[in-house]
Design a protein around this ligand. Structure first.
Ligand code: A3P
Length: 290
């Protein structure tokens, strides 16, 4: 199931490229055999769709707006990735209710997710902006391959020759699940437009009754500006030879529609055609034109 790619930066797991720096045979074994608890909360994203944002939001919503975890614990230890190297250690000592993130598609999730009552929040972002964000991320993260030109990277993205595979496969896998009311779908763009409104709905989904004042405080703490200044969330603690924030900051722009500054009309037509062809009946709430 696991093999290594020639360039040495990725493992291949069930056909998906995963960066070797944070994934190993052992971490994936831990992932596959992970035992979910009924009160676990898991945020699911395709990379560059708002993972770091959820790692900030969820501890605040789950702890009545208490800012101490987000001010003192780096995001990767506060809300670990289930499939990554740190998960086993971090989760073994984390009290319930545990909060985690994952980039895995639905069909690869550990079996215990389906028999438990754990809740999932799935964040979708306009794939054009995902592509742009990922392109810049590949330039600053030495553990990813060189993206080449934007045109070349666009082709790789459409072919799924990027970490965690095709965007369309990922989104489709999480749109048709048997999770019914245990899954909450939200878009990055909705969060940008009305963060407080989304936080209010999300907190009800999580069974948390938070006052208007607390929701206001959480929204303010989770603004792009505030998170960009939070050393526990902006990846400034990672050594520069691994993530070089001078090439492109991790907290880069945090907006919708930056793709308009990157795509030419031919690239736009090609991308939209491919998306429409592959998504067909699965276009609910998905935007690629805004
Ligand atoms: P950009 O590169 O477009 O700025 P992930 O955490 O899944 O890797 O996604 C990273 C993207 O989310 C980056 O997008 C980052 O700036 C953006 N992001 C992180 N926190 C945000 C926030 N509070 N508001 C808006 N965007 C945010």
């Amino acid at each position: 199931v696991i093999s290594t790619m020639a360039d040495d930066k990725y493992l291949v797991y069930h056909g998906l490229m995963l960066p070797k720096i944070v994934h190993s045979e052992e971490s994936l074994k831990h992932f596959e055999t992970f035992e979910f608890r009924d009160d676990d909360v898991l945020a699911l994203t395709y990379p560059k769709s708002g993972t770091t944002w959820m790692q900030e939001i969820l501890p605040l919503l789950m702890n009545g707006g208490d800012t101490s975890p987000v001010k003192t614990v780096p995001n990767w230890d506060r809300v670990p990735w289930l499939e990554e190297l740190r998960a086993a250690e971090v989760l073994s000592s984390m009290p319930s209710p545990r909060i985690m993130v994952s980039h895995m598609p639905y069909h690869l999730m550990p079996k215990s997710l389906f028999s438990s009552k754990a809740k999932v929040i799935y964040v979708t972002r306009n794939p054009k902006d995902v592509l742009v964000s990922s392109f810049h991320f590949h330039k600053m993260a030495s553990f990813l391959d060189d993206p080449g030109t934007f045109d070349e990277f666009l082709d790789k993205f459409l072919e799924g020759e990027v970490m965690f595979g095709k965007w369309t496969d990922h989104v489709k896998s999480w749109q048709k699940t048997y999770m019914e009311d245990r899954i909450f779908h939200v878009t990055y763009e909705e969060m940008l437009k009305d963060l407080k409104g989304v936080l209010s709905r999300m907190s009800r989904f999580l069974g948390k009754d938070l006052s208007d004042e607390i929701l206001e405080q959480v929204a303010s703490h989770c603004s792009f500006k505030s998170m960009k200044d939070n050393a526990m969330s902006n990846y400034s603690l990672v050594p520069q030879d691994i993530m070089d924030n001078t090439k492109s900051p991790f907290m880069r722009k945090g907006i919708a529609g930056d793709w308009k500054k990157h795509f030419n009309p031919e690239q736009e037509a090609k991308f939209t055609d491919a998306m429409k062809r592959e998504m067909r009946d699965n276009c609910n709430k998905i935007t690629w034109d805004e």
